[in-house]
Design a protein around this ligand. Structure first.
Ligand code: MG
Length: 163
């Protein structure tokens, strides 16, 4: 059984992850409008991953005897100023998610909920990976600037994302 505080925090994060999926679908739509199929596919995969994150929270709440509460979500942005601006926004977003996971971890510690800490462990590790992979793309985009050939190459590279 989980405490009410933990149940609320896990529901909050489940809904945030559903939002994250929608944010990345919005970015996929933006890249599709720029005719960048590689970045579009990258964002679609990212969105699916975020949906998977939400479902992990969903399953954990259920398994621990909590009540799943799916809430209303705000709409993500529609446009970004450039491919670089979109990936920079993604990077800032992932840094925020990392802080959110830290906050949940601290709450789980305060509530002496070791099962939730173990559950969150995967996300803490995942965020290290998320920040690093998005930052790498940001750095590459900065390097090529507005050069169309460079953007084309990066788009081809992004198409190769495995999962
Ligand atoms: Mg996530």
């Amino acid at each position: 059984m989980i405490s009410k505080k933990i149940e609320d925090a896990l529901n909050l994060q489940m809904n945030r992850e559903f939002f994250n999926a929608r944010l990345y679908y919005a970015m996929a739509g933006y890249f599709d409008s720029l005719n960048m199929p590689g970045a579009t596919a990258w964002m679609e995969k990212q969105a699916e991953e975020e949906n998977g994150h939400a479902l992990r929270f969903y399953a954990h709440i259920k398994e621990r005897g909590g009540r799943v509460v799916v809430s209303e979500l705000s709409a993500p942005p529609v446009d970004w100023d450039s491919p670089l601006a979109a990936f920079e926004a993604a990077y800032e977003h992932e840094c925020r998610v990392s802080r959110e996971m830290d906050e949940h971890w601290e709450l789980a510690e305060a509530e002496k909920d070791n099962a939730t800490k173990v559950f969150l462990h995967w996300f803490v590790e995942e965020q290290v990976e998320e920040e690093s992979s998005v930052d790498e793309i940001v750095q590459q985009l900065k390097r090529v600037g507005d050069a169309p050939n460079g953007l084309f190459m990066i788009d081809r590279m992004l198409a190769g994302r495995g999962s």
